[in-house]
Design a protein around this ligand. Sequence first.
Ligand code: 6CS
Length: 362
Amino acid sequence: MRTRLNFRPAGPFRARYLPLLPVLATLLVAGSCQAPAEQQGGVEEWRFAIEETIGSVQHEYALRFKELIEERTEGQVKVTVYTYGTLGTSDQLTEQLQLGAVQFAMASPGHLGKLIPEVQVFLLHFVLSDDERVNQQALRDPELIGLLDDLYATKGMALLSAFSEGWQVWTTRRPVREPADFRGQRIRVMTSPLLLAAYRAYGASPTPLPYAEVYSALQLNMVDGQVNPVFAIQEMSFHEVTDWMIFAGQAPFIATAVASRDFFDGLRPERQQLVRETIDELDEFVFQAQRDFNRERLEIIRSQRPDMEILHLTDEERERFRQASLPVRDLYLRMGGPRAAEVLDRLLAAVARAEEQAESAS
Ligand code: 6CS
């Protein structure tokens, strides 16, 4: 079994992160003084900040990246991985990447949508396929990635890859079988504005919060439920403070792996190629890792909470949610930035093409 760490933040948010200020200050000084990345005795250091804790899907990804890069550069590059909680919230990680204090980071559309509204396309429900392999292929669509990369570039980032961390599951205190069951429920969502629209469309009262605050918010009854992939629910102990797990297959959790644009553009062509090839290989690696993690962690949840009610919505029940979610696509077109229509069309076309290919292969 893989490493597991319960991350149950205690106390007010500021108090939790204040002790980290020295770490942040050190990184900021390092980032502003040493471009592109720190050189120590001929060894270059690349810092990789992730939005999840030890033992998570993103951690597995970053560790494998580290292993491959260090091996392939024969120790010329050392990769240091910073897990969630060491450098701050997702928004703060993005800021540090933009400032050059870290060279690589994970940036989930669930938070990044405040900065790049178009990326919220990945937050829409029932847009991707029910088939994870189809989604994997669609997310690799070069035109889609190129289009998004242009937008990331305007914010000082290079988009390296978009990948799924598995289906998102609702954990609640009450059963949810149709949109009306969400009425009056305060559901914690990530901080991108489209998520408010997505859950209001179901009649819920969405509450945006950083990841680190979710456990306490559930425990203190400030919210009634939340949404995340199974591995995250187990790792962050959300299953301790909710009673129902509802699998609706509305959307997988999409993460994006990014590099600082200045850093990446400043790399020698061979190094850029090395990063691109390594990231490419990680696509299949993380596909398998998320599948294993989500399966194994569900078993852990079952053993730790035998009374947990696990509900898989039927096709008819899902269809009610799908219908209720459709107006949110129009909202995305209005609030998703100037290139929203292009991005949504491209994603839908990539999914359709991947579906056709999967059908003709079977
Ligand atoms: O819910 C969140 O905020 C977070 N969930 C996951 C699975 N990864 C990072 C993200 O910030």
